[in-house]
Design a protein around this ligand. Structure first.
Ligand code: LHQ
Length: 270
């Protein structure tokens, strides 16, 4: 299906809401725990194109409707062509992989707001976001092994990077739920909060991020996510190049000016 056929108003599997400079993307198939279908992938692609193209958007929140965050691939929607067996490599290569690379390369902060179960590719979608805030009612499940698969959607990189290889292997091999509290203790996510504090915590965090110097946040993502692949010299050189670019930004000028004038800076994201 052609992307131009989609607009936020016509989305059927996600909601796209823009409040000031914060875009909230809600996975919206609550009866199937927001599992991914072909249509949802297409709509997510369009939503992310909107986010990329709109300089006014300075923070993104991803959440799920109903009781779950996301249960991964819809296992009843695997046949993308009628009567055809789906090649899982194609399904992943054309859908989950670009989703993760786009979130990671998006030069804006992305928050995962996880209030319930995040399973399979749904768990790794959350872990692919920059900051994960979860409710004490939430849990994370590397469900792949339970259906004979290996973690995908970045899981085999995110897990060892965030919690170390011993815990990563245990989570992937055992396919058991990890509570949000344990996930926060292990460093898998940024924060675990009481269920009734989730909305206010995420609202405050999104507002804060949206008011920070967006280009610097984009550069932070770029450097941090490149670091595991690079030598110190390459990383130092990347920092130098990005600092050169940021040194020409309006927000750098404003940050220094505000410091010298002993006032709060007003960043515009440029
Ligand atoms: C679902 C799903 C679901 C469809 C709940 N699909 N309906 C990449 C490449 C190709 C193939 C495979 O996938 C991937 C990436 C992946 O994501 S692999 C991992 C796929 N996900 C899973 O294996 C998780 C499957 N779901 C579960 O294990 C459970 O539903 C969890 C633990 C998430 C939640 O358990 P409960 O809270 O007990 O809920 P439930 O099982 O009763 O689910 C509620 C409904 O949602 C139910 O529908 P129904 O019509 O019976 O009420 C489920 O069938 C449906 N649902 N996950 N992934």
């Amino acid at each position: 299906m052609n992307n131009s056929q989609f607009s936020p108003a016509s989305f059927t599997t996600i909601n796209f809401e823009l409040t000031q400079s914060i875009a909230t993307l809600t996975l919206n198939r609550p009866e199937k725990l927001n599992s991914f279908t072909r249509v949802m992938h297409e709509e997510l692609r369009q939503a992310l194109s909107n986010v990329e193209a709109d300089p006014n958007i300075r923070c993104v929140v991803i959440q799920g409707a109903g009781r779950a965050f996301c249960a991964g691939q819809d296992l009843a929607d695997l046949s993308f062509e009628p009567n055809a067996m789906t090649d899982l490599g194609d399904l992943i290569g054309n859908n989950f992989n670009p989703l993760i690379t786009r979130l990671r390369s998006l030069p804006k902060p992305v928050i995962a707001k996880v209030h319930g179960i995040a399973a399979g590719a749904g768990a790794n979608l959350a872990l692919g976001c920059d900051l994960v805030i979860a409710s004490q009612k939430a849990s994370f499940l590397q469900a792949f092994v339970n259906i004979g698969l290996v973690p995908d959607t970045g899981g085999t990189l995110f897990l060892p990077e965030k919690v170390g290889i011993a815990r990563a292997v245990g989570l992937a091999m055992l396919g058991e739920r990890l509570s949000a509290e344990q996930a926060a203790e292990w460093g898998l996510i940024w924060q675990c909060v009481a269920p009734d504090a989730l909305d206010s915590t995420v609202d405050a965090l999104a507002s804060k991020l949206a008011a920070l110097p967006t280009r610097a946040l984009g550069a932070i993502k770029k450097t941090m996510y490149a670091s595991s692949q690079n030598s110190l010299n390459v990383q130092l050189s990347l920092e130098k190049d990005l600092q050169r670019e940021l040194g020409n930004s309006l927000d750098y000028a404003e940050g220094v000016q505000a410091f010298l004038e002993k006032r709060t800076p007003k960043f515009v994201g440029k």
